[in-house]
Design a protein around this ligand. Structure first.
Ligand SMILES: Nc1ncnc2c1ncn2[C@@H]1O[C@H](COP(=O)(O)OP(=O)(O)OP(=O)(O)O)[C@@H](O)[C@H]1O
Length: 330
C-alpha cells in the first residue's frame, strides 16, 4: 500500500543546529503513528513540518503521494490538534466546532447540523450550548478534536494531546482517540513523551533521539527487539547490561532473583523495593556498579521477600537476553 505520509531525508535547522536530522519515514494509510522521545529530540518540529507550520530546511514531505513541501497548511489535507485546545472562549462548543465550515462559507443551518454530528462523534452532544469555561479539560479537548475532524483531514496531527489531563481522563481519552481513528480510518500522527501512551495507541511507534529516528516499528517489536541501548532504556521495562558476552537488553519482567539453570547471572545487592500492587519492583546494584531491576509478580515476591541491603543474584533465561549494538550511546 502506498504510504499516506512520507518523509524523505527531511532536515530542520534552526540557525546552525539540526533539530531534525535527515529523517526518512513512511506512515501507512489509516494507521496510528506515535512520535516519541525525550524532550528536545525533534518530535514537535517533525509534526509541525508535516502540518506546514514550520518550513523544511532540506528534504521532501509527501501526503497521499503528493509533494506538499511548499504548500501552506490549509492546502495539505492535514488538521492539527494542540496541547492547549485553543478554543474560542466566547463561542459555545457547537459554534467552536462549526467554525471551520463557517470560514469555508457553509450556511448557518448546515454548519450547525454538521457540527452537531461531530459533537456526537466525540460523545459531547449534550454539552453543545456550553462555553469552553463551562467544560472540563477532557470535554474541551473533545471539542478541539471535533473541530479538527470536521475539516475531514486525511491526516490528523496531535501535539501531546493528553499531557494536560489527569491520569484517569488521560486513559479515557486514549481509548477515545483510538476508537475515533479506527472508526474514521484516517491516519493519526501523535506526538508524546510517554512510552506507555505510544505502546497503547500506535500501530507504528517512532522513537526519536537527537533529531534522528532511533527505531520505527510496531510497539511490540520495539519492546521485544529494541534496536539500541537508548531505545531499550527509553521505552523502559528493560535492564541494559554489559556482560562478558556483550551488551544486552533483558526485560525486567523476565529477570528473577534466582539464577536460571545454565543462564547468565548478575550478583548484587538490593537497593530498593517498590510495591506496585500486581507486581513488586526490586532494584539491584549489580557487580561492577550496573543498575538492574526485577519486576516480580506479587505472589513470587511475597513467597520469598527481600529487603534493601540483601545480597541477591539476578538471573534470566539466556533466550530472554536481546543483544544490542555495543557502540550505542546513552
Ligand atoms: N523555533 C525554534 N528556534 C530554535 N530552536 C528551536 C526552535 N524550535 C525547536 N528548537 C530546538 O530544536 C530541537 C527540537 O525541538 P522540538 O520542539 O522539535 O523537540 P521535541 O522533541 O518536540 O521536544 P519537547 O518534547 O520538549 O516538546 C530542540 O533542541 C529545540 O530547542
Amino acid at each position: 500500500m502506498q504510504p499516506d505520509v512520507e518523509l524523505i531525508r527531511v532536515t530542520k535547522r534552526y540557525g546552525g543546529a539540526a533539530a531534525v536530522d535527515d529523517v526518512s519515514l513512511a506512515i501507512p494509510a489509516g494507521s496510528y503513528c506515535c512520535l516519541l522521545g525525550p524532550s528536545g529530540c525533534g518530535k514537535t518540529s517533525t509534526l509541525r513540518m508535516i502540518a506546514g507550520h514550520e518550513s523544511i530546511t532540506e528534504g521532501d514531505i509527501l501526503l497521499g503521494g503528493r509533494n506538499v513541501t511548499d504548500l501552506p497548511p490549509a492546502a495539505r489535507g492535514t488538521a492539527m490538534m494542540f496541547q492547549s485546545y485553543a478554543l474560542f472562549p466566547h463561542l459555545t462548543a457547537l459554534e467552536n466546532v462549526a467554525f471551520g465550515p463557517r470560514m469555508r462559507g457553509v450556511g448557518k443551518a448546515e454548519r450547525l447540523a454538521e457540527a452537531a454530528e461531530f459533537l456526537r462523534l466525540v460523545q459531547l452532544e449534550r454539552m453543545a450550548d456550553r462555553l469552553p469555561a463551562q467544560l472540563s479539560g477532557g470535554q474541551q479537548q473533545r471539542v478541539a478534536l471535533a473541530r479538527a475532524l470536521i475539516t475531514r483531514p486525511r491526516v490528523l496531527l496531535l501535539d501531546e494531546p493528553l499531557s494536560a489531563l489527569d491520569p484517569f481522563l488521560r486513559g479515557q481519552m486514549r481509548e477515545e482517540l483510538k476508537r475515533l481513528q479506527r472508526e474514521l480510518g484516517i491516519t493519526f500522527i501523535h506526538v508524546t513523551h510517554g512510552q506507555e501512551e505510544a505502546m497503547a495507541l500506535s500501530d507504528l511507534a517512532v522513537v526519536m533521539d537527537h533529531g534522528r529516528i532511533a527505531q520505527a516499528a510496531p510497539p511490540r517489536e520495539i519492546f521485544e527487539r529494541p534496536a539500541s541501548a537508548f531505545v531499550a532504556r527509553f521505552i523502559g521495562g528493560h535492564n541494559v547490561l554489559d556482560l562478558p558476552e556483550g551488551r544486552f537488553a533483558i526485560r525486567t519482567d523476565r529477570t528473577r532473583l534466582a539464577p536460571a539453570p545454565g543462564g547468565p547471572v548478575l550478583p548484587g545487592h538490593v537497593t530498593a523495593v517498590e510495591y506496585q500492587g500486581a507486581a513488586v519492583r526490586v532494584v539491584v546494584r549489580g557487580a561492577g556498579g550496573q543498575a538492574a531491576e526485577a519486576l516480580l509478580p506479587d505472589a513470587v515476591f511475597h513467597a520469598a521477600p527481600v529487603e534493601p541491603g540483601a545480597a541477591v543474584t539476578l538471573g534470566w533465561d539466556a533466550a530472554a537476553a536481546h543483544p544490542l549494538p555495543a557502540t550505542a550511546a546513552a
